[in-house]
Design a protein around this ligand. Structure first.
Ligand code: HEC
Length: 122
């Protein structure tokens, strides 16, 4: 439940354009973060999972070296990462991330991961 909530917060933060008003009461529409996000699989998603996840979550890691990462939970390709995107967001972003088990990614990196996943992991 907590993790669903944190995903909802991430999604809400990235949701619709927010509208504020200046002194003239004209609406000012802030651009949606996803309209300006430069993150994609090649420049962000792949390096992130290579650095932080594939040591355990890859089909090329022998079973004995997966450190109990569940068999079949592999992030070998962009499609794999997209398939697991909601679970990855749940475990790696939010208030109390549990992946990677030993920690590592900075809060900024985790925020970028949330942005990339929320904006469609393109
Ligand atoms: C040191 C090995 C290791 C690394 C590195 C690692 N994991 Fe894991 N992962 C595990 C283990 C062990 C589990 C099973 C226990 C659990 O779910 O907490 C797991 C479970 C998961 C699950 C849950 C799968 C399910 O079926 O619910 C996800 C999603 C996940 N990891 C994502 C990641 C991501 C994303 C990264 C990189 C940021 C990562 N993991 C890095 C070992 C690892």
């Amino acid at each position: 439940m907590r993790s669903l909530l944190s995903l909802a917060l991430v999604l809400a933060a990235c949701g619709t354009d927010s509208v504020t008003r200046d002194d003239d009461d004209d609406p000012i529409v802030e651009p949606d973060v996803c309209d300006t996000s430069y993150l994609d699989y090649d420049n962000f998603g792949a390096p992130f999972v290579i650095n932080w996840c594939r040591g355990c979550h890859s089909s090329s890691v022998p079973q004995a070296m997966r450190q109990r990462a569940p068999l079949g939970v592999n992030f070998d390709t962009a499609d794999d990462v997209r398939t697991w995107g909601a679970k990855i967001a749940e475990k790696t972003t939010g208030m109390t991330p549990t992946m990677p088990p030993a920690g590592g990614p900075s809060a900024d990196e985790r925020a970028l991961l949330a942005e990339w996943l929320t904006c469609g992991a393109r």
